[in-house]
Design a binder for this molecule. Sequence first.
Ligand code: NA7
Length: 544
Amino acid sequence: MVGPRAEGQAGAGSGPDCDAVIVGAGFAGMYMLHKLRELGLTARVLEAGSDVGGTWYWNRYPGARCDVESMEYSYQFSEDLQQEWDWSERYAPQPEILAYAQHVAERFDLRRDITFGTRVTAATFDTERGQWRVETDGGERITATWCVMATGCLSSPNKPDFPGQDTFTGATYHTGDWPHEGVDFSGQRVGVIGTGSSAIQAIPIIAEQAAHLTVFQRTPNYAVPAHNAPLDPEVERFFKAHYPELRAKAKQSRNGLLYLHDTNPVSALEVPPHQREAIYQERWDKGGLSFAGTFVDLLTNQEANDTAAEFVRGKIRAIVDDPQVADLLSPRSVLACKRMCVDTGYYATFNRPNVTLVDVSEGPVEALTPEGLRAAGREFALDAIVFATGFDAMTGALNRIEIRGSGGQLLRDKWAEGPRTYLGLMVAGFPNLFTITGPGSPSVLTNMLPSIEQHVEWIADCIAHVRGRGAARIEPTPEAEEGWVAHVNAVADRTLFPTCNSWYLGANIPGKPRVFMPYIGFAAYVEKCEEIVREGYRGFVLGG
Ligand code: NA7
C-alpha cells in the first residue's frame, strides 16, 4: 500500500503521500483504517505503542478490566466477528480485550498499514495544497488529504508534579502506563495515590501481594460490586442469537448500553422508602453500572440522587469494620457525577490489617522523599508508589500534539478556554481534521465501542460525500461550532453532572478550564448527526 516517503519527497504540485493519516491504533484507529480501505482510500496509521489496543495496550495494572459487560463491549460492524469471538467472563479482563484487539488486527489484516513505536508530534494544515503534514518523533513527515485523530479520551496520563520526584529511591508506576512484564509487590510497602476507577480495581489485588499498602485518598468514590463471574453460556447464546436487535436497542439509550432500558421510569421520590431500598438492593445484587439507572431522575434531581447515595454509604458502613475508615470512604458528592466504579472487594480490602487509608483532602501529598512520601504533614516509608491519578481526559492527547489549522492557528490556543468543536467531530479553522469521540460528543459517557463505530462511519460517509461532490475540503462554520458548544453546555446544565470536580469538567488537572466536555445523550446525539447529514451537512462548508 503506501510506503513511507522521505522528507521533502513530495514536491510542489505533487499529491499527498496518502489519502489519510490516522493517529492511534486503538479501537477507533483500527476501525477507521478498515473503513477507509473499504472506500478505496490509502491510509497510514501512526501508533506510539508497539501494538494495537490503545487503552487496553497501556492500562495493564493489576485488576484492569472493562466496566461494560463483555457481550456489549465489542465491535458490531462485522457479524462474523461478533459471532466468532468468545468472551470468558462477564467483565473482560484487560489481557482478553487486548487479545480481541489483536485478533481484529489480524482478521482484517490491519497491521500492514500501521507504523508502531511512532508518536505524532505535530500536524499542520497546508492551506495552499489542502494537505495535512504530519510529523513524528522519528523525524518522518507524511502528507495526507485527511487527518483523523483516533487518540482516545483517556490516553494522556496525569502524573502530578510532586516536588522531590527524582529523590525517591523506590519504584514508581502509573496505572495508565504499566510495565508489560507486570510488577510483583510481594514483601513491599506500597503507596497508591488516587481512588478512582483504576485504583479501585488495583487496590484489592495489590493489597493481597504487598507487605503493607497505604492508600492516599483525596476524594472518595462510589463503587458498586461487579459480581464478576465466568460468562454464562446462556447469556452468550442469547446475545449471539439476537445481536442485531440488541445492538439497535442499545443505540436508543442515553449511553449506548442495554441496561438503561431497565431504568425505572419513575422518580426515586415517588416510591415509598422501603420499596425504594428493595429496588436499590436488587440493583446492588445485580451489580455493575446499571445502579446509576435505578430511577429515571438520579442525575437530574439532587433529592432523588441523595437516596441512592445514602444507600451506597449504608453499604460502605456495613462492609467496613472501622466506622472512621467507613466514613472516610463514604462519598458526599452526587452519585454518578463522576463515573461510578465497578469493584471486586474494594471496600472490604480496608478491613485487612495490612491496609491503611490516609485522607489527603485537607493536607495533600506534599512531596516525594528518598524514603517515600510526605502527606498531610506525615512521613510514609514506601518501597513503591503507584500513581492511580488518572488522565488529562478528552483534550490531553490532542493538546500535546502541535495541531495547526488554517493560518497556523494552534488547536491548543483555540481551546485555551475549553474545547470547541462541532459535534465533537470537527473544528472550525481545521479543515479535513476529524476527532473520533472528541470533546462535545457522548464518548466517555457511553459504551465506547458503539460511539467509536458511529463516529468512524459518520467520518467515512462525510469523506465519501465530499469526494462525491468533487470537493476536497470540509470544515464546520464558526457559527455551527458556537451553537454546538452552547447546546452541549445547555444539556449538561439540565443535569447534576456539573456539580462535582470530575474529569468530565477537567477539574482533575490544575489550571484546566472548567468546561463540561462530553455530550449527554447518545440516542439524541446520533439523531442530530443524521439530521445534519440529511440537511446536506448543515453547518459545514465544502471547498477545494
Ligand atoms: P480518575 O478517575 O481520574 O482517578 C484519579 C484519582 O487520582 C482520583 O481519586 C483523584 O482524586 C486522584 N488524584 C489525582 N491527582 C491527585 C493528587 N495530586 N493528589 C491526590 N490524589 C490525586 O482516573 P482513573 O484512572 O482511576 O479512571 C479513569 C477512567 O478510566 C474511569 O473513569 C473509567 O472510565 C476508566 P480527585 O477525585 O481528583 O480528588
